[in-house]
Design a protein around this ligand. Structure first.
Ligand code: AHR
Length: 504
């Protein structure tokens, strides 16, 4: 007999409202994310601005709310001015972060045009690596100032009279990482980020500023970095960033399946550190988290290695990971973790959107298809509505080298009081056995089951490819039923499910 995953849900177990910004993504000038990803003027589906209509349609279908741009490691060596004005006058430059040539055909104005078509909120990162406060202010004025000053008039001359009104600004990228151009100590970064923030808020007090936190929770400086940076910048910044990538390492499937335990711990630790600074400084305001890079990323594989030597290609194939069914389950579980922390995670960006560790893949001149990870993202974005509810669970456990012991089941729910829509997102992270689901929903009154879908493949390594893009897709889970206020059914080993219910 299958072990039971018992869930208790209650509309009173409220965490926070679902934040649309949880469903952000990321477009970096890296590999084929921009060129032959979102932008390919020669493509049969390209619109008048050179944007691939197939990618725009998939971006909307994915349910992306905001997009971080232009990097990533790329931004720490980027001169934003190279990317504005007449395209034929823009310089090509070496991008040292990814050992590539950046033609600068796409820059801020093109990205903003794309963001409008994709119906996403832009999030812009400034270069605090090789550049500084002045350039951060310049790009802010170019983007957001009403005409009448030099930089906003330049924007108008370039065909964009109206200010863009970009609200979310990242103060650099991963400045704690020794690989970052212009890498800084916590003290050095705290100074420049604070001074940049002070002037940026003088320019526009409505901005939401994001200080760089740690590029992973395994950094030696983790937590001390956040403490130093926030102690200095607390009154001027709104969020601190967190980045995390997961992958199966050395065949350790069990630890990989439990990756969301690390994300939970990471978020809890950043919250604890931010609140320590709050207590120390005796402030009312709370700092929120911008989890602005998260995903599955097989960093050790050849596809993640930049070119080298004399080869400086434009838009090389880089970080084009192919995702399997297990990756999608872990990925869906990471989204569960982000959602259940909606009280403190105010924004998140899946890294990245197209071709580069992405849910959407393209062939230059050819078709676009969905990776396995597309599905849990699209379904969660579409059906997480109203309030996030914490789910009390009693679950069997499984042993794994990284965390010792982890719960086989994990879940979060959302409840939209007004429409009466309840969505339950649940994973079976155990590799060995199916779980019998038994969820007590009696406190919601009279509900009906709308649909239950499960993403699972008997081969956890089965993937979606260009030739077989529908290998791993969510399918109806007919075992799930609602019986006297209890949701029952079975969840196969290594699976992600969404169960939708509605008030009768
Ligand atoms: O998303 C890929 C890279 O991962 C980004 O450029 C960098 O910020 C992170 O290390």
């Amino acid at each position: 007999m299958a072990s039971t995953l018992a869930l208790t849900l209650n509309p009173a177990f409220r965490v926070a409202p679902v934040r649309r910004r949880t469903f952000g993504a990321f477009v970096e000038h890296l590999g084929r994310c921009v060129y032959t990803g979102i932008y390919e003027p020669e493509h049969p589906s390209a619109d008048a601005d050179g944007f691939r209509a197939d990618v725009l349609a998939l971006t909307r279908e994915l349910g992306v709310s905001s997009v971080r741009y232009p990097g990533g490691n790329f931004v720490s060596g980027y001169r934003w001015e190279d990317g504005v004005g007449p395209v034929e006058e823009r310089p090509a430059r070496h991008d040292l972060a990814w050992h590539s040539t950046e033609p600068n055909t796409v820059g801020l104005d093109e990205f903003m045009a794309w963001a409008k078509k994709a119906e996403v909120e832009p999030m812009y990162a400034v270069n605090l690596g090789t550049r500084g406060i002045e350039e951060a202010l310049d790009v802010l004025q170019y983007a957001n100032a009403p005409t009448g000053i030099a930089l906003s008039d330049q924007r108008a001359e370039n065909g964009h009279e109206e200010p863009y009104g970009i609200r979310m600004w990242c103060l650099g990228n991963e400045m704690d990482g020794p690989w970052q151009a212009g890498h800084k100590t916590a003290e050095e970064y705290a100074r420049i980020a604070t001074e940049a923030a002070r002037l940026m808020k003088q320019e526009d007090p409505e901005l939401e500023l994001i200080a760089c936190g740690s590029s992973s929770s395994s950094m030696e400086t983790f937590a001390a970095w956040e403490n130093t940076v926030l102690t200095e910048s607390y009154d001027l910044v709104d969020m601190i960033s967190a980045h995390a990538y997961y992958s199966e390492k050395d065949g350790d499937q069990a630890s990989f399946l439990a990756s969301a335990d690390d994300m939970d711990h990471f978020i809890d630790s950043v919250v604890a550190t931010a609140d320590h600074v709050r207590a120390k400084l005796k402030r009312e305001k709370r700092i929120m988290i911008s989890f602005d890079e998260w995903n599955i990323w097989y960093q050790h594989r050849a596809e993640s290695r930049p070119p080298s030597g004399d080869d400086w290609p434009v838009a090389p194939v880089l970080l084009e990971d192919t995702y399997n069914a297990m990756d999608a389950v872990v990925f869906g579980n990471l989204l569960i973790s982000l959602l259940r922390h909606s009280d403190r995670v105010a924004s998140a960006s899946l890294a990245q959107l197209v071709n580069v560790i992405a849910p959407i893949m393209t062939a230059p001149g050819g078709d676009a298809w969905k990776q396995t990870t597309f599905h849990p993202f699209a379904l969660t974005s579409a059906h997480a509505r109203g309030e996030v509810l914490d789910v009390r669970l009693s679950s069997p456990r499984f042993e794994n080298p990284r965390f010792g012991s982890s719960a086989s089941g994990d879940a979060v729910a959302t409840w939209d009081e007004e429409s009466g829509a309840l969505s339950v997102f649940v994973v079976n992270r155990g590799a060995d056995e199916e779980l019998a689901l038994d969820a007590d929903l009696s406190s919601f009154g009279d509900l009906e089951l709308v649909e239950a879908v499960t993403l699972h493949h008997e081969d956890p390594y089965a993937a979606n490819t260009r030739d077989a893009p529908e290998t791993v897709v969510p399918a109806a889970n007919d075992s799930i039923a609602l019986e006297d206020g209890r949701l029952v059914g079975s969840l196969p080993a290594i699976s992600w499910s969404l169960v939708r219910l509605a008030r009768r």
